[in-house]
Design a protein around this ligand. Structure first.
Ligand SMILES: [Ca+2]
Length: 265
């Protein structure tokens, strides 16, 4: 008892100030997070994948998505009105290509966003795997608006080595149909593509933001088809309404410069 009183007395002589210093801050908040640790796919509105304990990237589970010929949209999240990002978004996920994956490249959209609340073509964005690399494509009903090459062939670039790889995408929408949008794509933390003149949308959909998120989408081009048994694994999927803890130029890192300051008074 004496010891307790003494301890309390010492504490009373101090006021404790906690100072949290973060190297940079941002008002971004996370909209969606799934590491599949629930053992379910209930966060997804469409899920042809299944939860598995086979070599997850984190925790006990990841998702295995059979990427078979004839399939189209494999996994889909409906962010919905009022939840979807406003003028920026940031997406991060981890992907692993199954050891017996056959489809070499074409048609593999390893990320796809649609701006409409329905599963139709209005305005959309996708990263399309091609033989020579990847296209980052902005498309809306009536035609393409931006489809530059991303200097990253995921297949020969090491993504198909059986290991987990990190993909990150930052987007800031263009305004008034001008070519002033921002798009940055990172692979394993390395910047693979950057545009500050990206056209996300025009005309009718000039103010739309994406509401549907697909991971992955589509299969094959009629020649290079996926086959039964082709599986892609995903884990730790995050969707933010902006760049967390960074300036949009660098992939976010955990907060640094954290300090706990106890000040005697
Ligand atoms: Ca997990």
């Amino acid at each position: 008892m004496k010891r307790g009183i003494s301890y309390f007395g010492r504490i009373a002589q101090w006021s404790i100030a906690l100072t949290l210093i973060v190297s940079s801050s941002h008002a971004s908040s996370i909209l969606f997070l799934d590491g599949f640790e629930s053992g379910k796919t209930s966060k997804w509105s469409v899920a042809t994948g299944y939860v598995t304990t086979l070599n997850p990237r984190s925790g006990a589970y990841c998702i295995a998505v059979p990427y078979e010929d004839g399939q189209t949209h494999m996994m889909r999240i409906d962010l919905g009105v009022g939840i979807a990002p406003t003028n920026e978004f940031f997406i991060r996920f981890w992907v692993k290509i199954g050891a017996n994956y056959h489809a070499p490249y074409l048609g593999w959209k390893w990320i796809r966003l649609k701006h409409g609340q329905v599963d139709g073509i209005q305005a959309e964005f996708f990263c399309n795997s091609e033989s020579w690399g990847t296209q980052v494509v902005s498309y809306q009903t009536g035609g393409f608006h931006d489809n530059p090459s991303l200097n990253w062939n995921w297949y020969t670039g090491g993504m198909a080595d059986g290991n987990w790889h990190k993909v990150e995408v930052f987007g800031k929408y263009n305004t008034d149909s001008q070519a002033n949008g921002i798009l940055r794509v990172w692979g394993d933390g390395n910047l693979k593509f950057e545009s500050t003149s990206f056209v996300w949308r025009t005309d009718t959909w000039a103010n739309d933001t994406f509401k549907l998120f697909y991971l992955p989408s589509n299969a094959g081009d009629g020649t290079h088809r996926a086959q039964s048994g082709d599986i892609i694994y995903y884990d730790d999927i995050e969707i933010w309404d902006g760049m967390p803890f960074a300036d949009g130029k660098n992939p976010p890192k955990p907060p640094s410069g954290l300090k706990l300051i106890i000040t005697p008074q």
